[in-house]
Design a binder for this molecule. Structure first.
Ligand code: BGC
Length: 233
C-alpha cells in the first residue's frame, strides 16, 4: 500500500440479523460517506452475505475493511452464528473478503465493535445490544474482554438473555413484558459485573419505556459502524 496512514479510508461493515450496513470512515473514525444498508439475505449463508457486502462495497472507495459479525470470532474464524446460518461455523471471513475486495480486512464480534465506539476507556464498561440477538461486550480501562456472550447465558425461567429479550420474543410477548424483563436483566448484570457504566445499543432501544439507572445510557446504532476504526489502532 503506497498511501500514507493519514489518508487511509476504512469501509466499516456491520452484519446484522436483519440488515447489512456500510459506511466509509477517515483515519480518525469520522464518517466520510452516507450509511448504506441492504437487507440481510435469507438464508444468510456465507456466499449470500458476502455477495451483499460486495454489492455495498462496489459503491464505495476505501483502502481497508472492518467487519462486525453477529457471533463469536476467534483468530479470524467464525465460531458461532446463531442468527445467521450454521454454514458460517469455522468460516474464515477475513481471508475470503481480503481475496474478494483485494484490501486488508479485519473481523470482530459486532457488540465488541459497537463497544469500541461507545466506551470512555475508564473503569469497567459493559455494553449490551438489543436487536435480532442480544449482544454484549466488556471493557476494562479500555481493554476488551473479547466475545463475551451473555446472550446465550441462562437468565430466567430456563431461558437465556437472548431467548427472553431478542427481537422474536419482543414481537411475540409485547413491549410491556419485554421492558419488565429488561429491567430485571439490567439489575442482574449490575450485580454480576459491578460495572461503572452500562451502554445499551441496538435498534430495539427505541422500545425502552422505563427510566434507566444513572449508570446506564442508551447509545446510537451508528456506533456499530464507527467503532470499526478501533480494529486498526
Ligand atoms: C450472538 C452475539 C452477537 C449478538 C448480537 C448473539 O446471538 O451470539 O455474538 O453479538 O447476537 O448480534
Amino acid at each position: 500500500m503506497n498511501q500514507s496512514n493519514e489518508s487511509l479510508r476504512t469501509l466499516a461493515v456491520d452484519i446484522g440479523g436483519s440488515g447489512i450496513k456500510v459506511m466509509v470512515l477517515d483515519t480518525k473514525g469520522n464518517p466520510i460517506s452516507d450509511r448504506q444498508r441492504l437487507k440481510t439475505p435469507n438464508p444468510a449463508k456465507p456466499k449470500d452475505v458476502i455477495d451483499t457486502i460486495l454489492t455495498l462495497a462496489k459503491e464505495q472507495e476505501f483502502d481497508r475493511v472492518s467487519v462486525g459479525f453477529p457471533g463469536v470470532v476467534q483468530n479470524g474464524l467464525i465460531k458461532t452464528a446463531v442468527n445467521l446460518d450454521d454454514d458460517w461455523l469455522q468460516y474464515d471471513l477475513a481471508t475470503s473478503l481480503t481475496q474478494l475486495l483485494t484490501k486488508p480486512v479485519k473481523v470482530a464480534n459486532d457488540a465488541d465493535i459497537q463497544g469500541f465506539g461507545a466506551i470512555s476507556g475508564q473503569g469497567v464498561e459493559l455494553v449490551i445490544t438489543l436487536g435480532t440477538g442480544f449482544g454484549s461486550a466488556l471493557f476494562i480501562n479500555g481493554r476488551l474482554v473479547p466475545n463475551l456472550e451473555m446472550g446465550h447465558h441462562p437468565f430466567r425461567k430456563g431461558e437465556t438473555y437472548e431467548e427472553q429479550l431478542g427481537r422474536a420474543t419482543l414481537d411475540k410477548e409485547g413491549v410491556k413484558k419485554w421492558n419488565n424483563r429488561l429491567q430485571k436483566a439490567i439489575a442482574h448484570l449490575g450485580h454480576l459485573f459491578n460495572y461503572d457504566i452500562l451502554y445499551i445499543g441496538g435498534g430495539e432501544t427505541d422500545n425502552i419505556k422505563f427510566d434507566l439507572p444513572s449508570n446506564a445510557k442508551i447509545i446510537p446504532n451508528i456506533l456499530g459502524l464507527l467503532g470499526g476504526i478501533k480494529l486498526w489502532n
